[in-house]
Write a new protein. Sequence first.
Length: 227
Amino acid sequence: MKKSTLAIIPARGGSKRLPRKNVKYLHGKPLIAWTIEAALAAKTVNDIIVSTDDAEIASISLQYGAQVPFIRPASLARDTSTTEDVIRHAVNFMSARVDYDRIIILQPTSPLRTAFHIDDANLFFDEKSANAVVSVTECEHNPNWINGLDDTYSLNGFLEPKSFREGKYYRLNGAIYIIKKEISHDFSFFYKERSFAYVMNRMDSIDIDEVSDFEYANYLLSNFLID
């Protein structure tokens, strides 16, 4: 069967900085539910699956309308497992049943990414005849003010000029990754020829990694957004 777009939501049960964050309630629903509902509301997505190793995440995902066609094997549930490996496994599993043109990866840690963003990024993918599209947002800080520190904490050379492109500075925000199915096995294609940046604003780009991110997202949803 031929379908255009498969959305994959990768969601591990373990998380170190914010334990059980994918099922932690954010403004009245589990964190992962925000992404599932956005994908379901998107008009440019055909199928939505959650790849997880966790029974509770699987149950919640089904409750909110996503497919959970498999439980992720233990080999892909380790701290060392990469998202690339997880997506490759999911694409191979689903492609044995359905023929897709493109894959959209939606991290569950981006609760303010909406159906509008998903559809808009998909349309941008088409307009650009892209191989890949990755969401970004403008940097909060000038990267010339950023550098590493060794164990002496010396600032010698900290502000030495760095080589950047001219203009505004952008960073990956982790919200949306779109790629042609036939090259989805190799994430390096996200940053090669015919890959393009889909720009989102800073508020919608929040990425839940620790408690402060979660609290900020809850504040935004409680005070500025209507679900």
